[in-house]
Design a protein around this ligand. Structure first.
Ligand code: G3H
Ligand code: 13P
Ligand code: ZN
Length: 332
């Protein structure tokens, strides 16, 4: 099956009131692990690549690996998504590469630090929509900036998404999906004491803007047993803390449909490699540690597909093509 537009996967998730994991990839083992989990749970899946991943794989390797993933898994609905595109050039590049979805993260200026004005964000996001929709490619925008709620109180850099602004943003840009800032952040150190999220904002935005699919970034749960393994075998990840799976499930009940995960599979890989190197110092064939890394990533991804409710939903619907969504956008 060719890749499907991300819009289809998220619209179906909305109908079924479940969430779909969007997993970041940079190499073959990650892609194989995610696809095995999708197959075994019979789940649709979103595979995403950051700008860093595009650089790391020199574009062509990522494209070929994704072609292999689709060919190897003809019955699974897969969307290939650009994560955190920051300018229109990278959006065009991803579309040329065959991505079925792109994110334009207009929440920050090109320096990646300064919050962009609402008007500036609308302008760049609408431009991305004008580029992507004629190809049938889905667009995700972002409003607000990621970061913990504690920081929000202390610093002006973290801005949670305002529901009324979100409605206006969707209306003015035509985005299909919207990343909302509700207190999560990227990486392994999301909270200092207790995880706190502004889930009530999700409910409000979902009520006010029912046609846009809501996305939660920074959704790794940072499993404590994996962190403990990293630390036990020579790593140093003190006080690592993520978003509890139960909080994500609450978010899904309130309207989150796409859940971004990168850090959890990174920690699973690192914990596995550290343990193997410690326990079996004689190993030097990379397959002897990268194989177990692939298994560890599989376990994390499978657990998330089950917890988010996308498992068993792959066969609920027939796939559509970019051509189909293209016609839908043109008719708007
Ligand atoms: O958004 C952040 C993702 O975890 C991607 O991270 O830019 O290091 O590939 P990266
Ligand atoms: P984590 O760092 O929590 O895995 O978040 C990943 C993400 O949001 C990618 O866009
Ligand atoms: Zn993100």
């Amino acid at each position: 099956m060719p890749l499907v537009p991300m819009k289809q996967i998220l619209d179906e998730a909305e109908k079924g009131s479940y969430g779909v994991g969007a997993f970041n990839v940079n190499n073959m083992e990650q892609i194989q692990a995610i696809m095995r989990a999708a197959r075994d749970t019979n789940s649709p899946v979103i595979i995403q690549a950051s700008r860093g991943a595009l650089r790391y794989t020199n574009l062509i390797y990522l494209r070929k690996l994704m072609e292999a993933a689709a060919e190897d898994n003809p019955s699974i609905k897969i969307a290939l998504h650009l994560d955190h595109g920051n300018d229109l050039e990278v959006v065009k590049q991803a579309i040329d590469l065959g991505f079925t979805s792109v994110m334009i993260d207009g929440s920050l200026e090109a320096d990646g630090k300064t919050p962009r004005s609402f008007e500036g964000n609308v302008e760049i996001t609408r431009a991305a929509v004008e580029i992507a929709h004629p190809y049938g490619v889905t667009v995700e925008g972002e409003l607000g900036t990621l970061g913990g709620i504690e920081e929000h109180v202390q610093a002006s850099r973290v801005i949670l998404t305002e529901p009324e602004e979100a409605v206006e943003f969707v209306k003015q840009t035509g985005v299909d999906a919207l990343a909302v800032a509700i207190g999560t952040s990227h990486g392994a150190y999301k909270f200092k004491v207790t995880p706190t999220l502004a889930i009530d904002r999700v409910e409000k935005i979902h009520q006010l803007a029912p046609d846009v699919r809501l996305v939660m970034h920074g959704s790794s749960s940072v499993p404590q047993e994996l962190v403990a393994a990293v630390n036990k075998y020579g790593g140093a990840m003190p006080n690592a803390m993520g978003v509890p799976v139960s909080a994500i499930q609450d978010g899904i009940r309130k309207g989150i449909r796409k859940i971004n995960i990168d850090t959890d599979t990174r920690i699973a890989a690192t914990a596995t490699i550290r343990r193997i190197f410690h326990e079996e110092p004689g190993i030097f064939d990379p397959r002897e540690y990268l194989g177990p890394v692939r298994d560890a990533i599989y376990e994390v991804v499978k657990a998330r597909m089950e917890a988010f409710g996308s498992a068993k939903h792959n066969d609920d619907y027939a796939p559509i093509t970019l051509e189909d969504t293209k016609k839908g956008y043109a008719a708007r």
